[in-house]
Write a protein that binds this ligand. Structure first.
Ligand SMILES: [Zn+2]
Length: 293
């Protein structure tokens, strides 16, 4: 009886321990399983979120890389494909803060003389001096042409200079410019006179080649400006009397942007819009010339 009881007790204990073990194991398993699942989910989420973040970051980087690459390729292509690449231009912002009335020959071998350089005209509405306006535009033009891959020489970048018209021409000659571009604005006694003019050299002081090339460039520029700026064209004017042309051994064009003696044009020429449009038109005119060239 005792033996059976003991066996029964052992059996209960065994069963109990089996059950306990089983329950314990299964609960452990469950827990570990649950934990495992959670871990897995967590780590999966972690991984996926990290991966997502990484992917986003990567794709951002790729995107940015792509954009910047595309941009640089576009810029490179634009520069490489621009007909202006490698062309040399001398930009002369006409006049200076103080004129120099000392005389210089109007051309090589000439006994006829003219003042070295004048201070130019002045805006009736803005009060701005022509040499100031000319420089404003010249600096904008410089930036635009450098961006097109052109080699740009500036005759002046400040108003406080003393450079004669003959010297300005010689600076362009010295750098073997493909074009000497002179930026000016007009003045008249008659305040109703308006419009832009494109001046080109002619006469005995300049070679036939310089005359014809200057005229052709002037034509392209006049054409582009007629479409690009509100100032009306007064056409192309051949000038034989300008020292800045007569001393030139390279093609030269002088742009009279408009009349500072006309209030409307004077005010307009000082606006960013006008100056940007003008610069754009000059660039287009040059591109059109060198495309045909
Ligand atoms: Zn002028």
């Amino acid at each position: 009886m005792k033996k059976i009881l003991v066996l029964e007790i052992i059996g209960v204990i065994l069963i109990g321990s089996y059950l306990f073990t089983n329950i314990y194991h299964s609960s452990q398993t469950q827990i570990s399983h649950v934990v495992g699942v959670e871990k897995t989910i967590q780590s999966k989420q972690g991984v996926s979120e990290e991966k997502k973040a990484q992917d986003v970051a990567n794709s951002d980087v790729k995107y940015m890389k792509t954009i910047s690459k595309v941009k640089s390729i576009e810029v490179e292509e634009e520069i490489e494909s621009s007909v202006l690449v490698g062309k040399i231009i001398s930009i002369d912002a006409g006049h200076q803060s103080h004129g120099n009335s000392a005389q210089e020959p109007i051309g090589p071998g000439s006994t006829k003389t003219k003042a070295k350089v004048s201070s130019g005209t002045r805006g009736v509405a803005t009060g701005k001096y022509e040499y100031e306006l000319n420089l404003e535009v010249a600096l904008k033009l410089k930036k635009a042409l450098v961006e097109k891959g052109m080699t740009v020489y500036m005759v002046r970048e400040t108003n406080e200079v003393d450079i004669s018209n003959k010297e300005r021409a010689q600076l362009a000659n010295d750098v073997k410019a493909d074009l000497s571009l002179r930026i000016h604005a007009d003045g008249s006694e008659n305040s109703s006179v308006q419009g832009f003019s494109v001046l080109v050299p002619g006469g005995d002081f300049v070679s036939q080649e310089v005359s014809s090339q200057s005229y052709a460039i002037g034509e392209c520029m006049e054409n582009a400006l007629s479409k690009g700026i509100p100032n009306k064209s007064r056409g192309i004017v051949v000038r034989k009397d300008l020292s800045g042309f007569n001393w030139s051994t390279v093609p030269a064009v002088l742009l009279e942007m408009g009349f500072m003696s006309n209030a409307e044009e004077d005010q307009r020429m000082s606006t960013e819009t006008f100056q940007n449009d003008l610069v754009e038109a000059i660039v287009e005119g040059l591109e059109n010339y060198y495309k045909e060239d």
